[in-house]
Structures are given as C-alpha cells and as structure tokens.
Design a protein around this ligand. Structure first.
Ligand SMILES: Cc1ncc(COP(=O)(O)O)c(C=O)c1O
Length: 388
C-alpha cells in the first residue's frame, strides 16, 4: 500500500465516508510502471491494454506519457480517443469483431487490427470499402496460439491460430489488399516465467521467413501482455522480462529484429490499486473444535473479484490484526449465490481475532476488478473506484 493510499483511507474513515467496498488507485504507481516498461523495453512501443482498467484518469495519464492503447471494442477506442490518444496510437486488438464495429473503428481513424483467421481479414477488407478507406492503409497482424504455461490466468485456445495457419491468414490478408504487418501472441496473463516469450518468438520468426518466401515482408511482432503484478507470491521485475525478451528476439531474428509492441494491462495498473472491504460475518458450519471459519466479506466474485475463479488469482489480504495468531479460513462474498466463494480449495490464513465490521485491505487490485463487477447482482452496486 502506498503512503498516498494509506493517508486517503485514513481521512475517508475519519470523515465517516468509508461505507461499502472501494478500490483506490494511486496514479503515481501507474506513472512509475509506465516508466519501468519504457526503460525495460526501450525499443518497444507500449500499447496499454485498456480492458485492465479503463478509468479516464489512467488513460489520460498514459496518453500524456506517450503510451499507445490496445482496445477490445469501439467503446474502448472512444475512451482512448477521449483521453487524448490520436487514432494512430490505438489498435483494435480483439480478434472477434462485428463487421459494423470494424467500419466504425475505421471511421474513427483506427488502422491497426488483429485477426486470427481468413474470414476476419475478409471482414476488414469489406469494412474498408464500406468506410471508404484504402485497404493498403490498414495494418493487420495475425495472432498465434500460445499454451499459456506458467501463467495464473492463461488465455490459451480461444484466441489465435497455429503458426502454420498464420502464414495463410497473412497471405490471404495481403491478397485482399491489406497490409500484412506482423504476428501477435499472448503468453498468458500473470506470467511468472520470464522465458515464456521464447517459444512464441521462435514461431514468429518462422512465420516471418515463410511469408518472405511468399513475397510478403512482415515487420512487426506484438509481444502481448502477461507481465505480472505482485499478489501473494513475489514475481520477477519488469527488467528481467525485458532482458529475456531481448535475448529471445536476438536468438530468433538475429540482427534483423523487427519492430515490436507490448500490451501490458495487469503489469501497468495491478499494483496501483487497493480495495478496502469489510467483514460482514464470521461463522462456522458446525461446533467441531477444528471446524474452519467462514469469513464473508462485502465484496466477492460478483463485486469485482472475478479472477478468484478457480482460485487463479490469490490476492494478498491484509487486516489490522495481522500480528495475531492466524488460522485457515474459507473466504466468501456477500451474495446469495453459492459460487460466490473466493478461496475454499486452498484455505486462506486470517487472524483469529478478525471479527465482524473489521476492514480488510485487498492488495494488487488495480487490474481486472472494477470492470468485472456486476451492475446490481443481489442489489449490490458495482465496485466504486477512486483515483488519487
Ligand atoms: C489482446 C490482449 N492484449 C493484452 C492483454 C493484457 O494482458 P495482461 O493484463 O496480462 O498484461 C490482454 C488480456 O486479456 C489481451 O487480451
């Protein structure tokens, strides 16, 4: 927790305004993270993955700092534009797009698009005609599959195609008049293995060579996201990722290193945010001496902590009693839905003195929380965010 967040929460409590869970996000941390990415990967353009946290303050800060933006929808494109990014700094990185949304994106000036199959490239070519845009102005990159090994939140299977198919997809795009620009992949979110980029870069280099034999000169590799934030476990620093990626680029591309971009989401905003929540109930399911305690918070899977699904993301939860004896607990959310349990398979140690009304602090909550919160499930409002 930063001093700024600590002071903010203290004042808020003194004023009696600490009702309900809230996520407080410290922009200074985002500023530091952007600087660290820019230093660790100096020849790489940063496209912040807007989906991680689209708060206007975050987008404005990053736009001012020179970041580009990876967007998943027309709404996110509009947010990035409103934050001050010019269209040439925005990519439409979702491989699943409605054709009319491609037309809208083109009309908004977007010229960089992800595809992972021929029919998606066809959509873009048709949309170009509808939007009266020259196809040659439109850069497309083809996403390849990655198994996501080593990632706590893998993004495998749903996006991308096998590398051999990517060559055909890019050739197809090229024949449709589009600018076949490069290759993208995502090694899985919260990727703890700094070497995870190596295999995908080997595939990318092969795709570059194969395309070259077909007369298509690719020039860009989109290295995706995956850069972790600190939850309970320590993670390597961004410099280690920069070094490993540079080594892999040199190994597979020799002295012909392509233009590269990264799309960090979690690594840009995760550690900037902290959720203050409250204990609503502490109970047991039987009188047995060794029965585990259930701790129910006023936030759960539907209130923004969706990434506890399968207990994938294990947040660090701090309390004012952390110096006391700990015992294992099940942690659950407040809704009347039995899937609204955060940690049960692997019990979570919490202080035995923790009781109803106590505040808990959930660290590393700046990414993938506010936008995951339900609108009004069980009447609970979506997670509030305060940017400081
Ligand atoms: C296309 C794309 N790029 C970047 C990201 C951001 O990934 P991360 O938060 O792991 O950095 C995602 C996450 O889903 C994504 O789908």
């Amino acid at each position: 927790m930063t001093d700024r967040i600590r002071d903010f929460l203290r004042v808020r409590r003194d004023l009696g305004q600490d009702e309900g869970p809230v996520m407080v996000l410290d922009l200074e941390v985002v500023r530091d993270n952007y600087t660290a990415f820019a230093r660790a990967l100096p020849d790489t353009r940063v496209f912040y993955a807007v989906k991680a946290n689209p708060a206007p303050e975050v987008l404005r800060l990053l736009a001012e700092m020179g970041s580009c933006f990876d967007t998943a929808s027309v709404a996110e494109i509009e947010m990035a534009l409103a934050a001050g990014a010019s269209p040439d700094r925005i990519s439409f990185g979702n491989t699943i797009k409605k054709e009319r949304d491609v037309v809208r994106a083109l009309k908004l000036g977007i010229r960089l698009f992800a595809v992972d199959c021929e029919v998606e490239a066809d959509k873009i070519a048709r949309a170009a005609e509808a939007a009266s845009v020259e196809t040659a102005e439109i850069q497309v990159f083809c996403r390849i599959l990655c198994d996501g090994a080593g990632a706590d939140w893998p993004l495998s299977r749903k996006f991308g195609c096998v590398p051999e198919m990517a060559v055909d997809v890019l050739e197809h795009a090229h024949r449709a008049g589009l600018h076949a620009y490069g290759v993208s992949f995502h090694v899985g979110s919260q990727q703890a293995n700094t070497e995870a980029w190596d295999g995908a870069l080997a595939s990318a280099a092969t795709i570059f060579q194969e395309c070259a034999t077909r007369g298509i000169g690719l020039s860009m590799v989109n290295l995706g996201g995956g850069f972790p934030t600190k939850y309970l476990k320590a993670v390597p620093g961004v410099e280690s990722y920069g070094d490993a990626i540079f080594r892999a680029l040199t190994k597979h591309f020799g002295n012909q290193i392509p233009e590269t971009i990264i799309e960090p989401g979690r690594g840009m905003v995760g550690n900037a945010g902290l959720i203050e929540a409250e204990v609503v109930l502490v109970s047991k399911k039987s009188q047995a001496e060794d029965e585990v305690r259930w701790v129910y918070l006023d936030i759960g899977k539907f209130g923004g902590l969706a990434e506890t699904m399968d207990e994938s993301i294990r947040y660090a939860i701090r309390t004012e009693h952390d110096a006391d004896r700990m015992s294992p607990c099940v942690i659950a959310g407040p809704t009347c839905d039995s899937v609204d349990v955060l940690y049960e398979k692997q019990h979570y140690p919490l202080p035995v003195s923790l009781s109803i009304g106590d505040k808990v602090l959930i660290e590393g909550a700046g990414a993938y929380t506010t936008t995951y919160a339900a609108v009004a499930f069980n009447g609970f409002p979506p997670l509030r965010q305060i940017v400081i």
